[in-house]
Structures are given as structure tokens and as C-alpha cells.
Design a protein. Structure first.
Length: 432
């Protein structure tokens, strides 16, 4: 057993070092629905249903019911983003219908949990929380905002260390410490320079990074036999500033990670079957760079005209400056798990979330059209050897569009931003 644990830990560390920060999910705003292949098969419904070491990413208490477990997985993610504009030539965004050229990403994850003593458990997880990446080229090299190849690339990588204590046979509480690393780049926004407090730190400055720490707390409790409840909450994480984009994000380049919480229910109507439901709330309004209304150009400036001052309250980069205009969202996830045979378990799920992007905020969200509201999922786990299994999950984000108009200062043209997406994921799990 000692050598097995050492091998598992060494494998986890090696995989952690190899994991790239390439998470670009946009399934619940820019958060992922779930953080493991098993939970993704149930549309992310896992707060009260721990089945692998990655459950700590949703609910830190869950590893007390998982024990010694190692999980290694990766997802292939295909988002299809596009915009359509009826703007006259010279007004934002460039007229026509165009799609983002970036359409495939890999999203890896790693989880490890271990029992220390009868009631004490520890774990580590490495995963991408979410992100967004777009890359537009109108075909005439002008981009949506008449400044060439245009897009943004936000990536978030989390390293999570967890402690969980079981205080009754079916009850536990957990605490996780979180380290987050973000990277960001933007191109093609130069013509917003007249409405930025720092035009030289607005666009085309390569990759900028940001780091921060936070925590997550959680609990899982048996209400009556066959019904479990799970709850978890993570407050807003204050991140260091993206210094190279201090003229884009409100607060001089600050892009924090919003608070989020979840409450889940798992019901076992009969042997071999589970129905799980999660309600999640994501507080995008916590973060000015995400929540503040986008630029309006209400002062009548033009790219060759005036330059915003730091005292311009709604200028890009100002303390209360323009943002992406996102709203808080509620996410509803339901999943059904059933035993097919003793070695095969099947899953299906559905998730719905309220819309983060109002119709008044479509102009800047050409860059980040996280408008998906409905996701359907399916998955299967196959026991391949003693204490080992392979899980597969698929997700389809149904097509969604938001219609609106550019602000009057940018011409007021009708704009449609759209997104649909696919994900295929696999995980190898070992209970040792």
C-alpha cells in the first residue's frame, strides 16, 4: 500500500507540472458546468454526489466520501462564436457576419485525494475554471473595430488544496485553499484608445499574467436515508492587476474572480439509480471589469479626436470604468445516473442558466459572447480493472443568440452575438 500511494502521488505531481493553462469553457458565463468527467456526464450536478477526487472543485467536503483516489482527464472543447452587424461602413462593429477562427481547445484536469486517518482526508486538484478566447478577421484585415485582427484570450488555472473532516458517518465539512493564475491578451482594440485612460495599455501588448489566492468552504449532510445535501461557497478572489492592460479593464487592469456558491441534492430512489440537482449562483457583479456597462462614446470623441482623462468616470481603465456589462446568473443542473451492469454506469444531464449578457451590452461582447443558456450531457463509466475505471462524457451547448444595438455614440446599429459548442471528455480513475 505504501508503494502504491507513493506511485499515485508521484503521478499526480508529474501530471500537475505538465498541465497547461488552457481552459476556455463558456458554459455558464465563463465558468464550467462541472470539473470532472463523471460530473459533466450529469451536467455538473455533483455538490451532494461525490464520486471522484475532482469533487473538491465543487464541494471540498466531498473527498471524505471518496477516499484514496487519483483522476487524470482531458476534454476537447469546440466553441463556435460569431457576430452579425448591420452597421453602415465606418460604424462599430464592422458590417457583415463573421465567426471566430479559434475553435478547438484542450481542458485538462487532475485530482488526488487521500485518507489520513479515520475521519481526516486531504486532496489536491488542478483545473481550469473557465475563460474565453476569440479571434476575428473580417477578411479585409479591419476586424470588428477597424483595427486589424481582433480578439481576446483569457485563461484561468486553479490549484486547490483541500482538507475534509467526517464527523458522522454521512456528514462532513471541508475547506480548500485556492491559488489562481490568469493570463490575458487582447488585439484589435486600438481604436478605443480615445476612450481609455491609458491607450498604450489597451491592446496588442502580448500576454499579461495575474495571480491571487482565495478559499472555498463546503459541507455534505445526510437528511434522511437516500437523500444527501451539499453546499459550498467561494468568495470573490482579489487578483493582481493585468498591468499591460491597465487601459482596458476597470480599476487599472484588475480582473478578479467572482464569488460563487452552490447547493445540491442527491436522491437515490432505488439501488443503482441517483437523481442529482444543483443550484449555483455566480456573482459577476462582484467584478467591475466584468459587470460595469460597456463604453458608450457619449462624449462624441473619435479615434482622431479627444483622449479620455483618468477623471472620465466611464473611461476604459478608470476606477469605475467601462466593462463588459455582465449580470449575475443562476445555474440549474439536473442529472440522472443509472447502473447498466455491474461494470457499466450511465449518465444523462441538462443544465439551464439565466443570461449573463443583456441586449444593451452586445458591442464589446463580440469579444466574449458567453451567451449559452442550455446544455445537454451524457456520459458513461466502465470499470476496466480492479479499482480502475475509464469515464467518458459529451456535452452540447445549444445555439443561443443575443440581439441588441450598439450605443448611439457608435452608430446604434443592430448586432447579434451567437454561440454554440461541443465538448468530449475522458478520465482515468484509480481507487487505491
Amino acid at each position: 500500500m505504501v508503494s502504491t500511494k507513493k506511485w499515485a502521488l508521484a503521478s499526480a505531481v508529474a501530471a500537475a507540472i505538465a498541465l497547461p493553462a488552457t481552459a476556455l469553457a463558456t458554459t455558464a458565463g465563463y465558468f464550467q458546468l462541472g470539473y470532472s468527467t463523471i460530473s459533466d456526464g450529469m451536467a455538473g450536478a455533483s455538490a451532494a454526489l461525490p464520486q471522484d477526487s475532482m469533487v473538491q472543485a465543487t464541494n471540498p467536503a466531498g473527498i471524505a466520501f471518496v477516499g484514496n483516489h487519483l483522476d487524470l482527464g482531458v476534454a476537447g472543447f469546440w466553441p463556435y462564436r460569431n457576430y452579425t452587424s448591420g452597421a453602415p461602413t465606418g460604424y462599430y462593429p464592422y458590417p457583415g457576419s463573421f465567426g471566430s477562427n479559434s475553435r478547438f481547445f484542450l481542458i485538462p484536469h487532475l485530482g488526488y485525494s487521500q485518507r489520513l486517518s479515520h475521519d481526516n482526508y486531504v486532496g489536491v486538484a488542478i483545473y481550469g475554471n473557465g475563460g474565453m478566447s476569440t479571434n476575428y478577421n473580417s477578411g479585409t484585415s479591419v476586424g470588428p473595430y477597424y483595427a486589424g485582427q481582433t480578439g481576446v484570450n483569457l485563461q484561468q488555472l486553479f490549484v486547490q488544496a483541500t482538507y475534509s473532516r467526517k464527523f458522522l458517518r454521512h456528514d462532513a465539512v471541508g475547506l480548500s485553499l485556492l491559488f489562481a493564475h490568469q493570463s490575458f491578451s487582447a488585439d484589435g482594440l486600438g481604436n478605443f484608445g480615445y476612450d481609455s485612460t491609458s491607450p498604450n495599455n489597451l491592446s496588442g501588448n502580448g500576454v499579461s499574467t495575474s495571480n491571487g489566492v482565495g478559499f472555498k468552504i463546503g459541507g455534505q449532510f445526510r437528511i434522511v436515508p437516500g437523500i444527501d445535501v451539499g453546499v459550498a461557497y467561494s468568495p470573490r478572489m482579489t487578483m493582481s492587476k493585468f498591468s499591460q492592460y491597465s487601459g482596458l479593464f476597470a480599476g487599472g487592469g484588475r480582473f478578479d474572480i467572482p464569488a460563487n456558491g452552490v447547493i445540491g441534492l442527491a436522491f437515490k430512489p432505488m439501488a443503482g439509480q441517483v437523481v442529482a440537482f444543483d443550484f449555483q449562483r455566480i456573482y459577476y457583479n462582484d467584478v467591475p471589469a466584468i459587470a460595469n456597462a460597456g463604453p458608450t462614446n457619449d462624449d462624441g470623441c473619435s479615434p482622431s479626436g479627444c483622449i479620455a482623462s483618468p477623471m472620465d468616470a466611464d473611461a476604459l481603465g478608470a476606477p469605475g470604468g467601462a466593462g463588459f456589462g455582465w449580470q449575475n446568473i443562476s445555474v440549474y443542473k439536473i442529472g440522472y445516473q443509472f447502473a447498466v451492469t455491474r461494470a457499466v454506469t450511465g449518465r444523462v444531464g441538462f443544465a439551464y442558466n439565466t443570461q449573463p449578457i443583456p441586449s444593451s451590452q452586445v458591442l464589446l461582447n463580440v469579444l466574449a459572447p458567453g451567451v449559452i443558456q442550455r446544455n445537454v450531457t451524457a456520459g458513461v463509466t466502465i470499470r476496466t480493472a480492479r479499482r480502475q475505471d475509464v469515464s467518458i462524457a459529451a456535452m452540447y451547448g445549444l445555439p443561443q443568440s443575443v440581439y441588441g444595438n450598439a450605443p448611439a455614440g457608435f452608430g446604434g446599429a443592430p448586432i447579434k452575438i451567437s454561440l454554440h459548442e461541443y465538448q468530449l471528455e475522458a478520465n482515468w480513475g484509480w481507487k487505491f
